[in-house]
Every structure is written in C-alpha cells, then in structure tokens.
Design a protein around this ligand. Structure first.
Ligand SMILES: Cc1cc2nc3c(=O)[nH]c(=O)nc-3n(C[C@H](O)[C@H](O)[C@H](O)COP(=O)(O)O)c2cc1C
Length: 204
C-alpha cells in the first residue's frame, strides 16, 4: 500500500509543504500504508503543459517518467492545495494536465486545503469540479481545510494554538484512516477490468 502526497504550493518555503510533511509523518507513524512519496511543486518543477507532450518529446519524457512511475505505483493520493486568490495555484492545475495514461485513474484522493486565515473552501470546490475528468482521480467525500495554518501542526509546540492543533491532528488521523480503506477497496475496482481506459480514453 503506497500513498503519494502532492504539495501544491509553488513557494520555495510554504505552509502547504509543512502540512504535506505532517500528512506523510502521520501515514507512516500510524502504519496506514507501507510506503509514501512526497512530490513538491515548489519552484515549478514542471513547465506549463505544451502539446509536444503528445509527440513524445524526449525532454518531457525524461521529466515526467520518474514522476509518472511514482504515481502509477500509488494506491491513493493526498492533494494539498493552498488557497491563492480564491483559487488552486496554476502549477497544481498544470500538474493535473500531465496524467492521461491512467497514472491516477480510479485511485482515491483526499483533498487538503490550506489558508493563513479563514479561506480554503474555494480550492476544495475547484478541485472537486475540474481536476479529475481525464486523469480520473477519485476524490473521497471527506476533506480537510486547514485554516489559520501558521498556528497548527508546527513541530515546535509553543507555535501552536493547542485547541486547534489537537483538533487538526485528530481530524487528519480520521481522514487518512478513511483514505486507507478507500485505497484498499478501490484496488478491486481497477483490477475488475471495467475501468479499461482504451475504451473511452477521456472522460465525458
Ligand atoms: C498569491 C497568494 C494569494 C493568496 N490568496 C489567498 C486567498 O485568496 N485566500 C486565503 O485564504 N489565503 C490566501 N493567501 C494566503 C495563503 O493562505 C497562505 O500563504 C498560506 O500559507 C498557504 O499558502 P502556502 O502553502 O503557499 O504557504 C494567498 C497567498 C498567496 C501567496
């Protein structure tokens, strides 16, 4: 059982990455999976999509193949997105354009959004509406919105609001436990043959 975590902030140092690393530690410490992989979009490691991807451009292949292999061998995902201008960062939307070969298809994913204030609802709605059609990632109904992120999930306890911090640690344990069960159950969906992508390559 392998769960991959995507940290969707382009910033070199970001709160989304802090949360992503907390998610990774929680998955490992609680034994919720055997393997984790964390991919950071910090400093835009993926250029904007262009159509030479479809022409097997060797530069794109070299860039995408190692990431695609990690995603393809994952059973589930956690997508961490900050709220920027009420949106998902452009680099994270760009990331979702890259995976049309079933790397994410019919795999459960937990949405986690991050805000320094009271935001975080818009990127949940945006991801649920428009990031899954062709890659066919399956967002589970549970999600976590980490509000006032600077005051929770810090390694140094004195930086944490104790009530909010306890709440989010409990909430993450709960949500990740659910993700694990979906990841186990959905192996069967992929193995059934019913999800054959050669029949209808793209979602409708
Ligand atoms: C370009 C930009 C736009 C932002 N817009 C919003 C916003 O619309 N709503 C919000 O709650 N926070 C907004 N923030 C603050 C983020 O919530 C804050 O930076 C938080 O730490 C998550 O982003 P990070 O993962 O990049 O650190 C914005 C931050 C940046 C850099």
């Amino acid at each position: 059982m392998k769960i991959s975590i995507i940290s969707g902030s382009h910033r070199k140092v970001s709160q989304s990455e802090k949360v992503a690393r907390f998610v990774q530690r929680t998955l490992e410490d609680k034994g919720l999976c055997d393997e984790t992989w964390l991919f950071r979009l910090a400093q835009n490691p993926l250029p904007l999509w262009d159509e030479s991807i479809w022409e097997s451009n060797p530069e794109w292949q070299a860039r995408l193949q190692p990431i695609g292999e990690q995603l393809a061998s994952s059973d589930g995902l956690v997508v961490v997105s900050p709220e920027w201008h009420g949106q998902v960062p452009a680099g994270l939307k760009n990331f979702f354009l890259m995976w049309g070969r079933g790397e994410l298809a019919h795999k459960p994913a937990l949405i986690v959004t991050v805000s320094s204030a009271d935001g975080g609802a818009y990127p949940v709605a945006e991801l649920r509406m428009s990031s899954y059609k062709n890659n066919r990632i399956c967002y589970i109904p549970e999600h976590v919105i980490v509000r006032h992120v600077e005051s929770v999930l810090n390694d140094n306890e004195v930086d944490n609001n104790p009530v909010a911090d306890q709440y989010f640690r409990g909430r993450f344990a709960y949500a990740l436990g659910i993700l694990r069960e979906y990841a186990l159950a959905m192996r069967q969906v992929r193995a059934s043959g019913a999800t054959d992508l050669s029949v209808f390559k793209n979602g409708m």
